[in-house]
Design a protein around this ligand. Structure first.
Ligand SMILES: [Zn+2]
Length: 357
């Protein structure tokens, strides 16, 4: 029987829970001018700030790790800064406090440690703070991130604030999706969409700011699909290593080797996060194969260093078959998220892959 050689490493959740008065690990703030990408969004916010035309509530929407929270906090800093008009100086007392996560007029709310949702108690506390007069004489600002983790009661409570916003208050909801958010809540926020960053920008950042070699930087940028937050995370480097093991294991399986793919499924199924990460990667792999199959080019693929294998797969399968396997990866991932038996759905999925050889 083949031995499963995958390293079963638990990938920590990318959504770091935060506690009251604790600076989140991803807390970043900087002048608008230092934000990478998102020029149109920044111009829009800067214009509104200069003209005193800021909306009372925003929804910053876009993929994980592209800089939504950084922009929200940069806006908070620009509003509170005593020195600069239309941007922040980064050095005055207000800028320092916002950067330190302890400005009395800026609050960031996320799930409490060990919790998976933002509760009504947190929202009520937030509403109370927003109703106070700003210490700085400017605005009371609240950033809710990730907003989609507000439970139903919390969203309903927040709705009342949005219907009658306190004077000089600003609420910014940061979210990767509108799913799970009440339509009535969404309709009261001005939506600002954030697209993935061009991979060239991410790669250049990794070379110039992180000192990576160009080849490694381009691979990480492609693998993170325009998410700077993901590209710089240690988890992404681990994923780059693990997917090589996964690809090798799958490639070594044969249709008649029933024990082999069952053992692989068993190994992957033992850790939920591992199985989800595997399926997300396999989905991306078939996306790459599909791109190569249709365009004959590797320009948009994410597994840049596996171009040869991707080309082999593209030559071997029809577009319909690749689409089918891609959809099965997504369905299997969704099943595991719904807590269907992991081993069973992974066995079924791997069997379909192996019988495509
Ligand atoms: Zn300042």
């Amino acid at each position: 029987m083949l031995v499963v050689s995958c390293q079963l490493v638990v990938r920590p959740s990318s959504k770091k829970p935060t506690t009251k008065n604790q600076t989140p690990k991803t807390f970043k703030d900087m002048p608008f001018s230092d934000i990478i990408g998102h020029r149109k969004q920044l111009e829009s916010l800067r214009w509104a700030l200069e003209k005193d035309r800021l909306h009372h509530a925003y929804l910053f929407l876009g993929p994980e790790g592209v800089g939504k929270r950084a922009v929200a906090l940069s806006l908070a800093m620009a509003i509170q800064c005593r020195e600069n008009e239309g941007d922040s100086c980064g050095g005055c007392a207000d800028c320092v406090q916002v950067r330190g996560g302890n400005h009395p007029d800026v609050r960031v709310v996320g799930p409490l440690t060990g919790k998976r949702e933002i509760t009504i108690q947190q929202v009520r506390e937030l509403e109370r703070e927003l109703s106070y007069r700003a210490f700085s004489g400017r605005k009371k600002i609240a950033v809710v991130d990730p907003a989609f983790l507000m439970n139903f009661s919390a969203q309903n409570a927040l709705l009342k604030t949005l219907e009658e916003p306190p004077k000089n208050s600003l609420l910014i909801l940061v979210s990767t999706s509108t799913g799970g958010l009440l339509p009535t809540l969404l309709s009261r926020c001005l939506r600002l969409s954030f697209a993935p960053l061009p991979t060239g920008i991410v790669a250049s950042f990794l070379v110039t700011q992180k000192g990576l070699e160009r080849e490694e930087a381009e691979l990480l940028a492609a693998m993170s699909m325009g998410s700077l937050g993901k590209a710089v995370s240690p988890e992404m480097k681990e994923l780059v290593q693990r997917r090589g093991v996964w690809a090798e294991r799958i490639g070594s399986l044969a249709p008649e080797d029933c024990r082999g793919w069952m053992a692989l499924a068993e190994g992957l199924a033992s850790v939920r996060e591992e199985s989800l990460e595997f399926l997300e990667w396999v989905g991306g792999w078939y996306r790459d194969v599909l791109i190569y199959c249709v365009t004959g080019s590797s320009q948009e693929i994410s597994n840049l260093d596996m171009e040869k294998n991707i080309k082999q797969q593209a030559d071997r399968h029809s577009v319909e078959r690749i689409l089918y396997l891609f959809s099965q990866a997504i369905k299997t991932e969704a099943s595991i998220r719904r807590n269907v038996n992991r081993r069973m759905v992974l066995e079924n999925f791997l069997m379909q892959i192996v019988h495509s050889f």
